[in-house]
Write a protein that binds this ligand. Structure first.
Ligand code: DX5
Ligand code: ZN
Length: 215
């Protein structure tokens, strides 16, 4: 079953309460939460205060940390109520240890790869990873076009997970909409992040249904 994870980054900041309620009403599975530090990526977004407020509604918060040395903030995001925490392979000196740390906090542990990063470290960390997040745009901004070359990487990751025999989910993030989702799902994606496409959809419930049925 495909999970759909609307990204709060594309929501109206003056209406976060209503937007989170609308995400829940749409039948989406997770609320994707894009944390940016102005260092690992050029943009700055929001942090644990906003996440805590969103998590207090009961929505499953999927924190995507686009921050340098994310190890420093695992405890705080877990305490704020994140249910999944994903860190970038490019930002971690000790990726295996950081993923284990996330699990110790009771969260799903995710590892993300930028479009230009080969997922070659996966065989060494998959036993610690509940999620592999394949970035289909360069992280930092919503509303970008999916980079076609990243779609093939989803299939490579699926093969690596099959070889390791783990139940790791494959999440795709960036430029995902009704048109681009099917190719991602065919390659093995099972969690679809959608920011702009979800929040601009006239019928958000129908959008979630369409993504879930993408193949
Ligand atoms: C990009 C973020 C994405 C982004 C997705 O840095 O990680 O989650 O918000 O937004 P769309 O769906 O608009 O590409
Ligand atoms: Zn994201």
């Amino acid at each position: 079953m495909i999970k759909v994870a609307p990204s709060l980054l594309a929501a109206d900041p003056l209406k976060y309460g209503e937007e989170v309620a609308s995400v829940r009403a749409s039948g989406a599975d997770w609320l994707h939460f894009d944390v940016m530090d102005g260092l690992f990526v050029p943009n700055i977004s929001f942090g644990m205060g906003i996440l805590r407020a969103c998590a207090s509604t009961g929505v499953f918060c999927d924190a995507h940390l686009m921050i340098a040395d994310p190890e420093r903030y695992i405890d705080e995001f877990a305490a704020a109520g994140a249910k999944a925490i994903t860190v970038h392979a490019e930002a971690c000196t000790h990726l295996h240890r950081t993923l284990a740390h996330i699990r110790e906090k009771g969260c799903l542990a995710g590892v993300a790869f930028n479009p230009s990063t080969a997922p070659d470290c996966l065989p060494y960390v998959l036993t610690e990873a509940d999620i592999v997040l394949v970035m289909t745009v360069n992280p930092g901004f919503g509303g970008q076009k999916l980079i076609p070359a990243t779609v093939e990487k989803i299939g490579r990751v699926r093969e690596m997970i099959a070889a390791a025999g783990t139940k790791t989910l494959i999440e795709v993030d960036g430029g995902v909409d009704e048109k681009t989702a099917p190719a991602c799902v065919r390659q093995g994606a099972n969690v679809l992040v959608a920011g702009s496409a979800f929040f601009r959809a006239k019928d958000r419930e129908a959008f979630v249904r369409a993504l879930r049925e993408a193949e």
